[in-house]
Design a binder for this molecule. Structure first.
Ligand SMILES: Cc1cc2nc3c(=O)[nH]c(=O)nc-3n(C[C@H](O)[C@H](O)[C@H](O)COP(=O)(O)OP(=O)(O)OC[C@H]3O[C@@H](n4cnc5c(N)ncnc54)[C@H](O)[C@@H]3O)c2cc1C
Length: 391
């Protein structure tokens, strides 16, 4: 059998390890456009100059089992009908495929001066953001940061670049966040929502909700409501979508995630499995959010189920465990643990860096995050932990 795994991120690597049980008897190849894997949750830290790029990357080759082949390849299209994937250098065919290609920035059709917009969805995008933002601060008399999208990536980016501006001796920068929804982070409880909006106000970050960018000439932003922001550094953090196009119209969500069955097979294509950000996994009448833990667990599950399929064993339905989420906001954080405890303050921040450390692929990288989790960037501050029942 010929098995291809697309993506050497959290999900693809977890699947590759599970497939080591069969890779001595079957051809298993992992494909990625890069020869390194990236700790994506730390991209805002890298953009803000808090952590070096070397702490976020690790060679894929060192992480795949010896019996799994690694090939560097940029994939442009998956054809599940012909069972082929198109790469820059040719076509590869498969008997079984694992799609674990993550996601990329969604511009929702906005195509004005894309080269002057900054995104945060890869190591290189974070390096570019930091480098150009430093230059922008040096050369702008009245710097103004505009963030399109006030979800978790937008907020993390705003706080990280604000920190970088402060460290560069620039305290008068305006920060405007443009949010198409009527309310930022609508899933937050009133307790956490009030905390975040108060923090944004205290840090001088303006949120324009119910608004969007209608024009961008490369420097000047014009909003739907007519306001103009001159000479801006513009970051696009408005959402993500499927990283690779797929022919044959498999059943997908609006953002391109592939609908899966209980065994994480793509609906209509039983020889294609999906994991991580590539998969739309239904759970409790909703879909799992994009997260490191779900990517690792679903990656393991597709690896095990594919191995069972090939060897004639029994597949097991995927049952996710939700440990919760944290949104880091430079010196503080908000989050929810085990669907029960809401947290705000430094505990969440420590948990975030501890997660990055524990999920790092090398001891050296892991220790950098663990050290940050212990020390954090500023001294002082408090942390709070509160039970859901109290509110
Ligand atoms: C800025 C940011 C902050 C985040 N913060 C958190 C957080 O705090 N906590 C949390 O749990 N989650 C967070 N996430 C989400 C989390 O990082 C993802 O859910 C997780 O990385 C998904 O894992 P994956 O393996 O599906 O995809 P990825 O980790 O993205 O891996 C996909 C792999 O596919 C490869 N690939 C993509 N396209 C192609 C192509 N065309 N050809 C070849 N290879 C390709 C990529 O190079 C990559 O190696 C964050 C994400 C971002 C962008």
């Amino acid at each position: 059998m010929k098995i291809l795994i697309i993506g050497g991120g959290f999900a693809g690597l977890a699947a590759a390890r599970e497939l080591s049980t069969i890779s001595r008897h079957h051809s298993v190849t992992l494909l990625d456009r890069n020869d390194f894997t990236t700790m994506l949750p730390a991209l805002p830290d890298l953009a803000g100059g808090k952590i070096s790029a070397s702490a976020l990357k690790y060679p894929i080759r060192k992480l795949v089992p010896d019996s799994v082949e690694f090939k560097r390849a940029e994939i442009s299209l998956i054809d599940p009908v012909k069972k082929e994937v198109l790469t820059q250098t040719g076509t590869l065919c498969y008997d079984y495929l694992i799609t674990a290609y993550g996601s990329r920035t969604d511009f929702y059709g906005f195509d004005q001066n894309p080269d002057a917009l900054y995104t945060l969805d890869s190591l290189n995008s974070a390096i570019r953001m930091q480098r150009d933002f430093r230059h922008y601060l040096k050369t702008s008399a009245q710097p103004g940061l505009v963030i399109c999208g006030a979800g978790y990536t937008g907020l993390e980016t705003a706080f990280s670049l604000r920190y970088l501006a402060e460290m560069s001796g620039c305290s008068g920068m305006s920060i405007t966040m443009i949010e198409a929804g009527e309310r930022i982070l609508p899933f937050l409880s009133p307790w956490l929502h009030g905390y975040v909006t108060d923090l944004l106000r205290r840090r001088g970050i303006t949120v324009m909700a119910g608004n969007s960018v209608s024009e961008f000439d490369g420097r000047c932003v014009t909003l739907k409501t007519g306001e103009r922001i001159e000479n801006a550094f513009v970051c696009w953090c408005a959402g993500t979508r499927r990283a690779i196009e797929i022919s044959g119209s498999p059943e997908s969500l609006k953002d391109g995630r592939l609908r899966t069955d209980a065994y994480l097979r793509v609906q209509g294509y039983p020889e294609v499995f999906a994991a991580g950000d590539a998969a739309a996994i239904e759970h409790n009448s909703s879909f799992l959010r994009k997260s490191v833990n779900f990517a690792i667990y679903s990656g393991k599950a597709v690896g095990r189920n594919l191995a069972a399929t090939v060897t004639g064993g029994r597949m097991k339905p995927f049952v996710p465990i939700d440990a919760g989420w944290v949104i880091p906001l430079h010196e503080t954080a908000v989050g929810r643990l085990f669907d029960r405890y809401e947290i705000r303050g430094r505990l969440g921040l420590r948990l975030h860096y501890a997660m990055c450390g524990l999920r790092s692929r090398s001891l050296r990288n892991g220790l950098k995050f663990i050290k940050t989790a212990v020390k954090l960037f500023e001294r002082g501050g408090t942390w709070h932990l509160i039970s859901k029942q109290g509110f």
